[in-house]
Design a binder for this molecule. Structure first.
Ligand SMILES: NC(=O)c1ccc[n+]([C@@H]2O[C@H](COP(=O)([O-])OP(=O)(O)OC[C@H]3O[C@@H](n4cnc5c(N)ncnc54)[C@H](OP(=O)(O)O)[C@@H]3O)[C@@H](O)[C@H]2O)c1
Length: 401
């Protein structure tokens, strides 16, 4: 029987996950699937977006700035062109969409996730910031509107797969693996002097720049703990971390009977992306396979909190809940940018996050008053989170070292 046509929107189509999603869609369509790309969204890369429009003929797109939107309207008069953050939300609410792949980077990914879920849609989620910034709202929308999230992040995708073997009530804990990034073996005293190009060299994964730096500081692992907390409804005490430099095991689920289930695969994000697109089926599309005979051994070690102090700060914000994770995320986004521009040392990211989180404790009360008059309850919460995000960006931009 031929596969039914599935209308897909890819938010962040020009990035690392976005382009790999397109690769998978092409592979699946060659094997009888019928994915039709009806919407695409990018930030700045107007040329790559234009190439994608020519190849996939979406009926709507979104680009960051109005000036670039105008260029696209002139070049593609039949395509609806939205712009900016509002445009992302309009795209997520287009009619007749079966699946939204959210591959945006940053807090900007949260509103379109909520818009998609509010229409009961399925969101294949790479944008971890949706859950880091707005995990409580996302959970609420999932239970109220009946949509679904299929996790793309490799650790959560692994857990999602391992959970098919048992019930959530049978789970003792989940264990997220962490490669340790490029500085696992670098002496703590040398971290002050590492350069952006060294931090951008992840040993196992080729990813966008922010998530690569976040992997080097271990902020990313903190975000993934938050992601797991909301996706799998587990308290923070039942989410553990283990350093696994080989990146062969993508995570574990430990059940009450002592069984530990793991998902192993080549470190290739197309595998979890494909799983999300074909779920609950599994399909051969010629992706690289893991050759167990070439893996002579696998290593595991405990996370060294002194070496990676940012992890504890993210976890502190996670446990505080409310707006604190939004503050940490926004501050991190800016501090990573400042590090990449050569403006602050690598260790400034961790120390900056600590400072900003403690300043937030006294600033928060004022912010609540600012945002208490915005529409319905969910919009009030969203605007409060976004106001916290703006506060943290400003604080991080002007933080002196
Ligand atoms: N890459 C990985 O292997 C990987 C693995 C696990 C999880 N993730 C998560 O997946 C998400 C995406 O990561 P990535 O590595 O694919 O990032 P990336 O390569 O930097 O791509 C980000 C995408 O978002 C778009 N974008 C950025 N700002 C935007 C804005 N203001 N408006 C509209 N679009 C905007 C970018 O457009 P332009 O490029 O056109 O500006 C690009 O298409 C992140 O949350 C990351 O943590 C990634």
């Amino acid at each position: 029987m031929p596969c039914p046509e599935r209308h897909v929107i890819i938010l962040g189509s020009t990035g690392s996950i976005g382009t790999q999603t397109i690769d998978i869609i092409e592979r699946l369509n060659q094997r009888g699937y019928a994915f039709s790309v009806v919407g695409l969204a990018a930030g700045k890369n107007v040329e790559r977006l234009a190439e994608q429009i020519k190849r996939y003929h979406p009926y709507a797109v979104c680009i960051g700035k109005e000036t670039e939107g105008e260029i696209l309207r002139q070049r593609f008069p039949k395509v609806r062109v939205f712009t900016g953050e509002k445009g992302l939300r309009e795209l997520a609410r287009l009619d007749e969409v079966d699946l939204i792949v959210n591959a945006l980077v940053g807090a900007i990914g949260l509103p379109p996730t909520l818009d998609g879920l509010s229409l009961g849609r399925t969101v294949a989620l790479a944008n971890k910031e949706s859950l880091v910034v707005g995990g409580e709202l996302v959970t609420k929308f999932l239970s109220e509107y009946g949509g679904a999230i299929l996790p793309i992040d490799s650790e959560h995708n692994a857990i999602f797969q391992c959970l098919r073997a048992g019930r959530l009530s049978e789970v003792r804990r989940v264990i997220l693996t962490a490669s340790g990034g490029p500085f696992l073996r670098v002496h703590k005293e040398e971290l002050d002097r590492v350069r952006p190009e060294e931090a951008l060299c992840h040993p196992n994964w080729a990813m966008g720049s922010r998530v690569t730096i976040d992997s080097a500081t271990m902020v990313n692992k903190g975000f993934e703990v938050i992601e797991a907390h909301f996706l799998f409804h587990l308290p923070y005490e039942r989410i553990s971390i283990i350093i696994h430099p080989d990146s062969v095991i993508h995570s574990f689920v430990e059940y009450h009977d002592g069984s530990l289930l793991a998902e192993l695969a080549s470190p290739d994000m197309r595998i979890p992306i494909q799983y999300a697109l074909t779920y609950p089926k599994r399909v051969e599309t010629g992706l690289p396979r893991l050759d167990l005979e070439k893996i002579s051994r696998m290593e595991f070690e405990t996370l060294d909190h002194e070496h990676f102090p940012a992890f504890a700060t993210v976890l502190k914000a996670a446990k505080q809940g409310g707006t604190s994770p939004a503050v940490i995320n926004a501050a991190d986004e800016v501090l990573v940018e400042r590090f990449l521009e050569g403006g602050i040392p690598f260790t400034g990211i961790a120390s900056g996050l600590q400072t900003i989180l403690s300043r937030w404790e006294s600033a928060e009360a004022n912010l609540k008053e600012i945002s208490s008059d915005a529409g319905n309850q969910d919009e009030v919460i969203l605007s409060t989170l976004l106001a916290a995000d703006r506060w943290a960006r400003k604080a991080a931009r002007y933080l002196s070292f």
